[in-house]
Design a protein. Structure first.
Length: 162
């Protein structure tokens, strides 16, 4: 289950840290609401999915669209002002800091893995620092770090780990 993978990323394998995260971490609570709204969407209960999305937006000032497909291992480090669009897809661990925007560019399309995309695809182990922006049908390869304040509109290849 994706929420368990999210919790593992927050707790680094520590039971005590996991318990504290579940009880006191508002960014984790925000992810829980997103996961719930996404489940409702996948069950074709879109009006309820949108209601939970709206509650999440009001309480936490985070706009993660219920139609986004975010893999397990998603961590909001500082969630305020984060916007993640409807067709965004992550394929592994993803760390997002305050003020990050991830979304499509109107009218732009690309082909990825044989499918047409209009929103960013983020591969495994991607980190987006404060106020980073990723726009368009772009693919961010694995192990990439997007620096604070960056604006990304073109694909980024996988980074090789040292």
């Amino acid at each position: 289950m994706r929420i368990i993978e999210d919790l593992k990323q927050y707790s680094n394998g520590s039971l005590g840290k996991g318990i504290v995260t579940v009880i006191t971490n508002p960014c984790f609570h925000c992810i829980c609401l997103y996961r719930f709204s996404n489940i409702l969407h996948r069950c074709h209960l879109n009006i309820f999915a949108k209601l939970i999305w709206y509650i999440n937006r009001i309480i936490f000032n985070v706009d993660i669209d219920y139609r986004a497909d975010l893999a397990g291992g998603f961590v909001l480090v500082h969630g305020l002002g984060v916007v993640i669009g409807s067709g965004v897809k992550s394929k592994g661990t993803l760390r997002v800091y305050q003020g990050v925007t991830i979304g499509g560019s109107p009218g732009r399309r690309a082909i990825y893995e044989g499918k047409q995309i209009s929103q960013p695809v983020l591969c495994n182990d991607v980190t987006l620092y404060t106020d980073a922006k990723v726009f368009g049908p772009v693919v961010i390869g694995k192990n990439n770090i997007i620096k604070a304040g960056s604006i990304i509109t073109k694909d980024m290849e996988d980074k090789i780990e040292a």
